[in-house]
Design a protein around this ligand. Sequence first.
Ligand code: ADP
Ligand code: MG
Length: 386
Amino acid sequence: MTVLGRSVRAGFESRFHRPAAGLWSAPGRVNLIGEHTDYNDGFVFPFAIDRRTVVGLRPREDRSIRVASSFAEETVELDLAELSPQNLNGWSAYPMGVAWALGEFGADLTAVTGFDVYIDSDVPIGAGLSSSAAIESAVAVALNDTWDLGMDRRMLARVGQLAENRAVGAPTGIMDQSASLLGRVDAAVFLDCRSLQSEVVPLGFQASGLELLIIDTKVSHSHATGGYAARRESCESGASLLGAASLRDVSVADLTRAAEVLDDETFRRVRHVVTENQRVLDTVRTLREQGPTAIGAFLDASHASMRDDFEISVPELDLAVEASRDAGAIGSRMTGGGFGGAAIALTPHRLVPAVQSAVAVAFTSAGYAAPDMFVVHAAEGAMRED
Ligand code: ADP
Ligand code: MG
């Protein structure tokens, strides 16, 4: 059993005074490329990472659900009959929201037993690595097995998204849950957010001597909610002014006309999404034809587009990207929703220490707090652990 698995078993027993019946886990994710494309019906290319959230679960004889986490002192309790988005708040809205959302997708919640859940995780919280999808997906697979629901992974991804949208109240797309549920070792998930079709594409980082370094600036998402909503609105209004159902239907060739129709700001928002969709397609094709050493330029272009057109970067992210590139990364970009969080730097294995120290020095010189840096590997999606 993993260290985290042991800690979940111990934490479960100390909170609930009985052993967990089983352990399930789901990973965080990093998005290699395709940012703010998910809610525009576009393409994303994330992978599951070797940082996981583990849940221990035991069914109960009654209809009570109780959730506890290493992350919080309190154990939150609710009757299954009381499950609804308006009765949920705080961190427990994630696991309980998943139970509620399973009902929305057809599980008969009047016929199931209650449960106790204990959660621990080594996914950094709020760093843009989707600890939220990790907790949702881990709880989703645990309840899918425990309640014998037989839902497939794609449906469980939609369950997690619904929980996040309605129970938590965050208007996010389906990328994070898809990566966490569909990810495979040494591969990324090429996801069409319109059809929800997905394909697992081998990355081959290790065979090419590459590592993906995460640079977590630890700058918080303080303007993120408002900024995210504003970007979504710009995308919607841009699409409607162009007579398109969504920006997915606008191509790079259409941008000339878009420049005439749209105001400057809306045009730049649209240009980011349209070119980013193309970069995802280019990255997937290039990866297949030439391997991972050839994709760096797409990562760099993605960052420039988010910095200049979509305007969701911050100086710390720009510095992380520049310093890592200067020290030998073959491609770098901010990743996640923006306004803080992490950057990724695709780096030759032997240059990882040099890139890390160059970024650390650059942050110190700029007077920024030291970032957290660590390498992640593409890992297996959600699974039963024990
Ligand atoms: P991110 O997904 O980028 O890490 P979010 O704000 O989307 O950030 O989700 C973080 C929230 O998810 C936390 O504030 C907490 O409410 C919940 N969460 C994530 N992991 C855990 C955990 N292990 N235990 C309890 N709550 C968690
Ligand atoms: Mg999240």
